[in-house]
Design a protein around this ligand. Structure first.
Ligand SMILES: NC(=O)C1=CN([C@@H]2O[C@H](COP(=O)(O)OP(=O)(O)OC[C@H]3O[C@@H](n4cnc5c(N)ncnc54)[C@H](O)[C@@H]3O)[C@@H](O)[C@H]2O)C=CC1
Ligand SMILES: O=C(O)[C@@H]1CCC=N1
Length: 274
């Protein structure tokens, strides 16, 4: 992994916020040379300043005139247009653009930056620890070598699924892009349920948190289906069966998630319309 990351060359990250930082940290852990990573953010957080300090990264260098091999667009969708306009001079003939902005289509990115070499992606925050799930669609100007470079960066921080259609990316955004938040909310809800059974705040949160950490690790170690893993916990007529009868009664968790995911997809499509 280390060798292939060094071959990528200069990467310029525009927007070192929560997701930009997750990627930057993931890439550095995966072996991207700190000298090959430039961060651009007008309002760097404490965490961004600390990362730049720890690794000796270039932060807010005069961007114009630099032609990075990879230009990563990681600002909020609402500010993408002026950012693209300002970045036009930064794009060189070899520059591959990798955007993570939710809902922003390849055509809009290409028009703003004046290049067709665009890869639209949707990662998620577990990328920070190398366990990301990213969806990607390559624009018309992306050749095989560009695609391999994008794939290298994305696989350095987790799994990658390539799609032909940008519509699939809106669906993926709603499932895995936003998905970690659903899981964290599940932990909050399970802890609250524990508190309502009389457990202290600290213990309830510890139990809920470690249950999700443990279940995720088990799912990773054991390739059995989620259904089989669920059934392994569920003794006939036991406690789990009693709880699942509540969660799976219609309308149950599946229906709730269907509505949540549909709302997220709709929002992703709206963000693309500006
Ligand atoms: N947070 C997440 O889980 C995920 C976010 N995304 C996408 O990543 C993008 C960033 O989202 P977050 O990191 O959550 O937001 P954020 O608000 O944490 O980060 C955005 C960063 O952009 C910076 N910024 C604003 N104007 C800028 C400019 N002109 N030049 C450079 N930097 C500028 C801000 O100072 C901020 O640090 C969004 O487009 C979002 O759709 C994609 C996948 C997952
Ligand atoms: O909430 C958002 O819009 C971004 C995209 C996926 C996760 N966070």
């Amino acid at each position: 992994m280390t060798q292939s990351m060094t071959a990528i060359g200069p990467v310029m990250l525009i927007g070192a916020g929560k997701m930009g930082m997750a990627l930057a940290q993931g890439w550095l852990k995966a072996g991207l040379a700190p000298s090959n990573l430039v961060l651009v953010d007008p309002k760097p957080s404490e965490a961004t300043l600390a990362l730049a300090e720890d690794y000796g990264l270039t932060l807010n260098a005069e961007a114009v005139g630099m032609h990075p091999n990879v230009l990563v667009i990681a600002v909020k969708p609402q500010v993408v247009d002026p950012v693209l306009e300002a970045l036009r001079p930064v794009v060189g003939p070899q520059t591959i653009v990798l955007s993570i902005a939710a809902g922003i289509g390849i055509a809009q990115l290409a028009q703003g930056l004046g290049t067709d070499r665009i890869v639209r992606t949707m990662p998620n925050t577990p990328a920070q620890v190398g366990k990301g799930m990213t969806g990607a669609v390559a624009g018309p100007g992306v050749d095989d070598a560009n695609r391999r470079t994008a794939d290298q960066l994305l696989t350095a921080v987790g799994k990658v699924a390539w799609f032909e259609s940008e519509g699939d990316l809106d669906a993926l955004t709603a499932v895995s892009g936003s998905g970690p938040a659903y899981v964290f909310h599940f932990v909050e809800a399970l802890a609250e349920a524990g508190r309502r059974q009389g457990l202290t705040d600290a213990i309830a949160m510890e139990l809920a948190r470690q249950t999700v950490v443990g279940a995720a690790a088990l799912m990773e170690a054991d390739r059995a289906s989620a259904r089989t893993l669920r059934e392994n916990v569920t003794s006939p007529n036991g406690t789990t069966a009693a709880a699942l009868a509540v969660l799976m009664a219609e309308p149950g968790l599946t229906d709730l998630l269907e509505r949540a995911v549909a709302a997220a997809r709709q929002r992703s499509e709206e963000l693309g319309r500006g």
